[in-house]
Design a protein around this ligand. Structure first.
Ligand code: SF4
Length: 363
């Protein structure tokens, strides 16, 4: 598990007025400007997001950190696997910090390297070979390293179909971690038949499949999921269709297949932002992704009607742990010459994970 113990930062940061915290962050950012890089994921809350030097999805941010070599201190306002990816791609002189160590990703934590290693061995023992691993970037460094070591590649939500195709050209089947839904949606988009897609259920013998079923499988899906995107349902899509037929529905491919199938469009966070931004004034949207991104799009486009697909607040609660008090605590420590909450990936793991990332970049 990537959930680490977070130091108690104390009432000075937890009980202070938000206005005061924001003023403190602004002052520290100015003071540390020549060494500091603050990165914020699209799902970050507004009070933190406003201090970003760069915003984006996890890979874009990690690559930006690597390209900004003159900034030694990288404060990653995202979740743990994102900070790990930044550490893997940056130089040894750059230090990556995560303001609250409890900001993990439940989906990434659903595939541990032990579980994946055991499943791999079980498949080999059952004679299911010619198998290539592919992992979504939303996974731990250890899973990326496993994939790198076994000839596979990382993928993102925007290139998963391309990476799956690459894998299937090289092998009889792909083992896809950790998001069942991104894997299934990508397999469907490639026209792979339902009977050639199977799910590996943790804790079951052969993942709940027979050896015969697995031999027919082209895409074997780990049974992980995003706790945020799983909250959107086909019923929500039906509701909007009935409420206002002019509303276009766009969802993230971490949503269940029936939601993606019922929507008008699906795409990565960057893809959703692009499509909504480029739509004409007066467009109406119901968006199936994290609420901070949906609210921000609504604020940025007052000439469009933008709603969350769900009537409930679909919030990434672990990302939400990165609150202004934690960001200020990290910056105050840096100003005092102390590094806190550093995220480091052990060199051998980083080297193998880098191989899997580089394979993706070459595909
Ligand atoms: S939105 Fe989902 S996949 Fe992304 S960090 Fe949160 S739990 Fe993980």
């Amino acid at each position: 598990m990537t959930t680490l113990t977070q130091t108690d930062i104390g009432p000075e940061y937890l009980d202070r007025e938000e206005e005061d915290l924001l003023a403190g962050i602004a002052a520290r950012k100015q003071e540390l400007a020549d060494r500091l890089l603050v990165l914020c994921h699209h799902y970050q809350q507004e009070a933190v997001y406003r201090f970003a030097d760069m915003t984006g999805d996890s890979l874009k941010l990690a690559r930006h950190a690597a390209a900004t070599r003159n900034r030694a201190w990288i404060v990653f306002c995202g979740v743990h696997f994102m900070a790990e990816a930044a550490d893997i791609l940056t130089t040894d002189d750059q230090i990556v910090m995560l303001p609250d160590l409890r900001a993990g990703c439940p989906m990434a934590d659903m595939a541990t390297s032990d579980e994946v290693g055991w499943a791999w061995q079980e498949l080999a023992a059952a004679g299911i070979d010619r198998l290539l691993p592919v992992t979504y970037v939303n996974s731990s460094a250890l899973i990326k390293a496993f994939v790198g070591e076994h000839g596979g590649s990382v993928c993102t939500s925007s290139n998963a179909e391309r990476v799956l195709t690459w894998g299937l050209e090289r092998s009889d089947r792909v083992f896809f971690f950790p998001d069942e839904h991104l894997g299934r949606n990508s397999a469907h988009a490639l026209g792979i038949a339902d009977e050639q897609v199977a799910v590996w259920q943790r804790g079951e013998v052969l993942g709940g499949n027979t050896a015969e079923q697995l031999r027919k499988t082209k895409v074997l899906l780990w049974d992980g999921y995003c706790t945020v995107h799983m909250q959107f349902t086909a019923g929500h899509v039906a509701h909007w269709r009935q409420t206002d037929p002019e509303v276009k529905i766009i969802v993230h491919p971490e949503c269940r297949h029936e939601v993606v199938r019922a929507a008008d469009f699906y795409g990565s966070t960057e893809g959703i932002i692009k499509r909504v931004t480029e739509s004409p004034a007066g467009s109406k949207w119901a968006i199936g992704t994290e609420i901070n991104l949906v609210n921000r799009l609504a604020l940025q486009h007052p000439n469009k009607e933008i709603h969350s697909l769900s009537p409930f607040q679909c919030l990434c609660s672990t990302m939400y742990r990165i609150k202004p008090g934690y960001l200020l605590w990290v910056l105050d420590n840096l100003a005092a010459g102390r590094i806190v909450n550093r995220i480091t990936v052990e060199p051998r793991t980083a080297q193998l994970a880098r191989i899997a990332l580089d394979r993706m970049l070459a595909i």
